[in-house]
Design a protein around this ligand. Sequence first.
Ligand code: SF4
Ligand code: SF4
Length: 301
Amino acid sequence: MIFAVASGKGGTGKTTVITSLAAIWEGPVTLVDLDVEEPNLHLFLKPKVMRETAAMLEVPVHDSDKCNLCGECAMFCQYKALAIMGKTMLFYPEMCPGCGGCLKICPEGALSPGGREIGRIAEGQTEFGRFFMGRLRVGEAMSPPLMQQVKQRVVAQGSHAEMPGGIEGCVPDDVLIDAPPGVSCPAMHAVMDADAIVLVTEPTPFGLYDFRLAVEAFSIMHKPMGAVVNRDGIGDQGVEEYCRESGIPIWARIPNSLAVAQAYSRGEIVARKLPELNGIFQELKKRMRAAVTVSREVERA
Ligand code: SF4
Ligand code: SF4
């Protein structure tokens, strides 16, 4: 099963949830950091990185000798990455997502494919299972193409792991995705392949505002979705009331505690450092799985 851990805003406790889930998961779990603008899972999971590669985007290279400045490519480009200024062709690579359309329509063959590095992809192993991370180049705006390439790596590596005890054979990995905070295009892209979405929030008016936006944005995908209320005990009852009214189940409540904050700030996995909280994450995992099972049964019926 594939689970995306998301949040309407940053700093709600997404990392605490995903790393703790990894620590209590019953079998191998593939961990994928798609929060490519600010990946941080590696700081907690300490993976052994086996491979790091550049994520490239195919962008056009312009040959001014062949170009007749007809402007067809500029008119075609919906991203305004190409423009004709007098007798000069202008190209803004940071605005080009590499759709390849201009290469196909240029009547003179003046555009050819080139490459631009948009970030790096790390692949490795943690004690809990395989690990993948995308890291966007500083100043780069194109998260989704990098996220797509990370996903392709996960699929290319196969979702299998050796069974414990050295037994030859394969068991399907579960996948936990760390989605970027917010409800913009990258967040939607991160959760779109998940079987269920775990939405982490805080019980405060700010938390509620962003949580509500996230629920509304992700609802259009019709996936099972549940809330984790982090720092339970602070704030007010707004999140609880909203969940009740909108039918979003609360899958877990993590108490507001200095020990949790201290563990997080030291880069420790909360469920491991504070075993008394293990039951919360075990129950969360059970509810995540049950939600996917029920949704699959409903689909089959
Ligand atoms: S379509 Fe080709 S020939 Fe026309 S302006 Fe663009 S690059 Fe030049
Ligand atoms: S590849 Fe697509 S997005 Fe990039 S410049 Fe060409 S038409 Fe525009």
